[in-house]
Design a protein around this ligand. Sequence first.
Ligand code: FEO
Length: 170
Amino acid sequence: MLGKKIEDAFNEQINWELYSGYLYLSMSAYFQSINLTGFANWMYCQALEEGTHAMKFFDFINERSGRVELLATKAPGKEWESPLAAFEEAYEHECLVSGRINDLVNLSIEEKDHASNNFLQWFVSEQVEEEASVDEVVQKLKLVGNDGGGLFMIDQELAQRTFTPPAAEE
Ligand code: FEO
């Protein structure tokens, strides 16, 4: 059985993960609108991945006989000044999510909830990857600056990203 404090905090985290997906989907649409389809693909895959993060919390709450509560999700931004501005915002957002995961870990320790603590460790590792993968693109964008050829090459690279649903992963 899930304690009330953990249940509330995990429900809030479902909302954060869904909002993350919403934000990245909006960024994907922004990239489509400026014809950077590789960047759009990367953000589209990222949005799908965020959906799986939300579902992990959804399933865990149910598995522990808690009650899922879906909260209102705010509208994300629609336009960004540049590809770099969008990726910088994505990076800042991931750092916020990492901070939230750390807070959840602290709460699980306070509540002596070892099952939740164990469940959250996956997210601790995942956030390291999340921050690194977004920052990698930020750094590449900084490197190319206003060079159209460089931007085109990054776009080609980001077009290669694919999304694998967790059920198909081993
Ligand atoms: Fe689910 Fe990108 O954090």
